[in-house]
Design a binder for this molecule. Structure first.
Ligand code: TMP
Length: 215
């Protein structure tokens, strides 16, 4: 990735199947970075801008085919990158993003079985700007959890959206989608064993950042 994309900013994404328990750790990290004197942009996908949040509501609630779903998600991502992520990186901020493109490869590619070549093309279109390399996170923290355990955690927790209502077999394919992305780019990923206690998971997350001298 070229430096012109981001100045001294840091772009971190967080991934995992529904129920893997990433949310509390993302807000904990935001607090830790702020305590260390960094400016933080805490955001999510699909979403993060008024337009992208409208697209999120459609993606999470309305029935559509996999290409339509992928196009809406990448449209939301394009707006999010232009309005929020790139400007924050150029200001030198830490961008903590709850899900990014690995989720599309895992959910639409793995879960739905949608064409990975089409997703690759969309990724290249959406995450590149003229004269700059494709923007990817500096680090992706992957909360890896057995889909059966995730389903137990989610049971009765809230009214499920379109994805949360999927059967465990869907989440097995999603988990495999994440594993494939990690295998393709091992240096970008930090895998966290999300089956551990919340406290141990948090310690592991902090270690990932301390090891890189980012905290
Ligand atoms: P969240 O509940 O973690 O905010 O994520 C919203 C849902 O959207 C979650 O079930 C995963 C799904 N999703 C996709 O299917 N593809 C994507 O590219 C993204 C970012 C999320």
């Amino acid at each position: 990735m070229s430096n012109s994309n981001r100045s001294s900013g840091l772009f971190i994404s967080f991934e995992g199947i529904d129920g893997a328990g990433k949310s509390t750790h993302i807000s904990g990290l935001a607090d830790a970075f702020k305590a260390a004197g960094r400016s933080v942009t805490l955001t999510r996908e699909p979403g993060g801008t008024p337009l992208a949040e409208k697209l999120r509501a459609m993606v999470l609630n309305d029935a559509m085919d996999s290409l339509t779903e992928s196009l809406l998600i990448f449209a939301a991502r394009r707006d999010h990158l232009a309005q929020v992520i790139r400007p924050a990186l150029l200001r030198g901020e830490v961008v903590l993003c709850d899900r990014f493109t690995d989720a599309t490869f895992a959910y639409q590619g793995g879960g739905r079985g949608f064409d990975l070549h089409v997703l690759k093309t969309l990724e290249a279109w959406v995450q590149s700007t003229e004269g700059q390399a494709l923007l990817q996170p500096d680090l992706t923290v992957w909360f890896d959890l057995d889909p059966l355990k995730a389903a137990e955690r989610l049971a009765g927790a809230r009214v499920p959206d379109k994805f949360e209502a999927q059967p465990v077999e869907f989440f097995r394919r999603v988990a495999q989608g994440y594993a494939d992305r990690q295998q393709a780019e091992p240096n970008r990923f930090a895998r966290i064993d999300a089956a551990q206690s919340r406290e141990t998971v948090w310690q592991d997350v902090v270690t990932v950042f301390k090891t890189r001298a980012w905290l």
